[in-house]
Design a binder for this molecule. Sequence first.
Ligand SMILES: C[S@@+](CC[C@H](N)C(=O)[O-])C[C@H]1O[C@@H](n2cnc3c(N)ncnc32)[C@H](O)[C@@H]1O
Length: 271
Amino acid sequence: MGTVTASDEGDDDGEVADTAEHSPAASGKDHAAEKPSHPWFARLYDPVMRASEEKLFPPHREYLARDLSGDVLDLGAGTGAMLPYYEDAIRSGEATVTLLEPDPHMREQAVAAARERDLDVTVSDARAESLPFPEDSFDVVVASMVFCTIPDPDAALDEAARVLRPGGEFRYLEHVAEAGWRRFAQRALAPLWRRLAGGCHLTRQTGELFTERKSFAVVDSERLHLGVFPVRPFVRGTLERRAATAELRADPSVRERVREAVAAARDRLDR
Ligand SMILES: C[S@@+](CC[C@H](N)C(=O)[O-])C[C@H]1O[C@@H](n2cnc3c(N)ncnc32)[C@H](O)[C@@H]1O
């Protein structure tokens, strides 16, 4: 029998995981913002997405879940769209999966989907900007169509890097800003869209945010002609968490400071 372990007290028949020790304060961040709550968006999400889930997204969700093993964290898991793709790895014991979903209306559906499939998962109500997990907790962090909605994507990416083990993977599928005149149309639509689509931003440059982050090496990254306007195009890719020393080496400002220190030391020796 599958068990849904809940880290929020709202899910009454799941075992309650103790996350107090690793509160947001433990990560050194204090995001006081409220958790999202969009009952209508949650209710309409699956029916609206059904055609895309059948025709557009399967190969990309398979990409996110390929050869899955170890501890996996799904950021903003929504109604649990990735569960069918995690299923084999969970059943075989190859992977343990934690679904993070702060909106209670979405989370309720993710819990129901896990129970319906009889899958063992842990469900957390935390926000991606302040993860209630210690450093080096996960082997894979998955982000599918969530960085458009997270209020502070920068902080969320830092948190993903913090909880990933060195060599661990950050796998993503995100819709991003169009180029050219379509971006103007997206900008015009953006305020209305944010209200209708649970806080979704149409014009974020999420691909650049990911690939320019020094804590990760880019394994692969591509822009896809996927989606239906205004929710297109998409970026898909994998980043590898660098070890701390590799992270320092990749930082040009650190390299510059080391070069200056070596030059200064040589100077002193020459005198
Ligand atoms: C467009 S849905 C995507 C759901 C799912 N990942 C998928 O692929 O279908 C975005 C999800 O992000 C969640 N979300 C919003 N703010 C968040 C935050 N700060 N941290 C984590 N998830 C958040 C929303 O509640 C929503 O379920």
